[in-house]
Structures are given as C-alpha cells and as structure tokens.
Design a protein around this ligand. Sequence first.
Ligand code: SUD
Ligand code: ADP
Length: 278
Amino acid sequence: MYKINSYGKINLSLDIINKREDGYHNIDTIMQLIDLKDILYIEENKFNNLKISCNNKEVPTDENNLVYKAWNLLKKYKENDYGLNVEIDKKIPIAAGLAGGSSNAAYFMKAINDIWKLNLSNDELKQLGKKIGADLPFFFEEGTVRAEGIGDVFSPVKNFKNINVLIVNNGYKISTEYVYKKIKPLNKNKIEKCIKTIEEGKPFKKEFYYNAMTEISAGICPQIHEIIDELYSLNASVALMSGSGSTVFALYEQEDGLNNAYNKLKNKYEFVYKTKTL
Ligand SMILES: C[C@@](CO)(OP(=O)(O)O)[C@H](O)COP(=O)(O)OP(=O)(O)OC[C@H]1O[C@@H](n2ccc(N)nc2=O)[C@H](O)[C@@H]1O
Ligand SMILES: Nc1ncnc2c1ncn2[C@@H]1O[C@H](COP(=O)(O)OP(=O)(O)O)[C@@H](O)[C@H]1O
C-alpha cells in the first residue's frame, strides 16, 4: 500500500490576459502549494484495471475522476498486467478553487511513474498532465511560482513558504468553466506588483493581491464578499478568493491572529481550515 499526499493550491493573485484561439484564456497568476491535502492510498490489483473509491460521495469514481483520466494516459507506458486500487481520502473542498481534483491526478501520475519505473521525465509528466487540466502542470513545479499561458508556463518567484493561511469555504461549488465563459479579460498587469510585494516579505500589503475572477464568482455567490470583509475585520493581512472560488483564503503574519479567526469562523462555514504555504 502506498500513501501519497495530494496537496491543494491557492492563487496569491490572478489576472486574465486574453482569450486564445483554442477557447482557453491566457492567465497570469502566482500559484502557491498549501498543506491542505487529500491522501491517496494506492495498491496494486491483478485485474489490469483501475478501481477508485472516495469518502466524499460527490467525487465521481468512474472515468470522470481526473485520476481515471491520468490512468488512461499512463497505462500504455506500463510493462506489467497489474491494475491499481486508489482510495481518495478527500479533505480538499470540491469545485472550490483549490484544484483538489487536478492535484489528485498529478500526484497519482508522479506515484505511478515511481512505483512502476515508467521513467517519464517531469516535463513529460507535465505535458501529459496538461491534457487533463490546465491546473495540473503546477503540481509538477510545486512551491511558489508565476504561471502564464493557460497556467503551464512557469517562472520562479521567491518562495513564500511557512506562511499562516486560513481557508474559508461556504460549500458553494463554482464551475471554473462558467467563470471563464463570463469573464472579460482585464489584464490589469498587477501581478508584477504582487511579485514585488511577495519578494519584500512582511508586512503583506493587501492592495497588491488581486483576483480578476472575484466579481464574476461573487455574482453567483455573494457571500464571498461577506467572508472577505469578515476576515479583514478579524485582522487578516490579506483576504482573497482563490482561483474561480468559492474558497476565500486569508494570510496571517501571526499564529494568534490565525487561531482567533479560526475559532470565530470554524462553526460558521462548512469548511474552515488552518494551514500553511509549502
Ligand atoms: C481558475 C484556475 C486558476 O488556477 O483554477 P481553479 O479555480 O479551477 O482551481 C485554473 O485556471 C483552472 O484550471 P482547471 O480547473 O484545470 O481548468 P480546466 O479543467 O483545464 O478547464 C476547465 C474550463 O475552464 C476554461 N479555462 C481553463 C483554464 C484556462 N487557462 N482558460 C480557460 O478558459 C475552459 O473553458 C475549460 O473548458
Ligand atoms: N479526484 C477528484 N477530486 C475532486 N473532484 C474531482 C475529482 N475528479 C473529478 N472531479 C470533479 O471535478 C470538479 C471539481 O474539481 P476540483 O479540482 O475540486 O475543482 P477546482 O479546480 O475548482 O478546485 C468536480 O465537478 C468533481 O466532480
């Protein structure tokens, strides 16, 4: 049995640059790995197939699961007749802007590459992952990176690890596709300023953190604005929606500020987690 951590991500800032010929959008974002994680339990079976189980009944366990899509991409590289049973212990809220599904698929790909010695390079895995979703390539980079293109062209950012993060999600699921369909590219070119303020370190300057998707997602889930305001009233240094939402994350420079906000909100919203950047 192999036990694999499958970490989530937040977008420390997100800009939409323009719409591409292929219908996707060029984005400019700072992606940050966080210690909020699912756990994948993987073991071989003798049936040359993939069996997925999950403690969250809202996660599909058929070919719609992104792990299944990863299996379909990788199985042609294996030189054995074994299959795999994958149990997903789901902690990351679904359709939340935290890329839980993409993370599961990416960490599954890394694990199988190692377990079955497929000898695929990180870049080959990244290119395969991109076929499953635009968020997958990030999980072959990890840490803190600037992502452009559809989210697959990376440049380094000074690492931003071990920062206190409060994750607040009211359980409202938002379709990424819906938000991208509604959004007008803004290209506010604010990412450079956010990178600069990250490189300067603390104190965090909230005016430089920005998510171009917030207004669209808050249009269908107004509570996003309420949660942001509430987090600022609880002394968050930064409070911002992650990705297409509905998750809002807050950065706290001090542990006691984080603990105070957590204790005030933990019984008010469906998912409230204390975590750290990785
Ligand atoms: C918004 C972001 C920001 O990190 O994250 P989430 O909120 O999903 O976590 C990502 O761009 C989400 O990436 P991901 O969720 O993998 O998107 P995909 O499954 O590849 O695409 C879902 C749909 O979103 C649109 N899409 C996605 C990525 C992109 N750069 N441009 C797009 O227009 C496309 O219409 C696509 O059909
Ligand atoms: N392993 C998985 N974990 C979570 N959601 C998954 C998974 N595989 C497929 N899905 C589907 O993907 C959608 C949400 O994916 P997720 O990565 O959680 O969203 P987001 O990218 O917004 O964080 C949901 O519709 C869910 O049914």
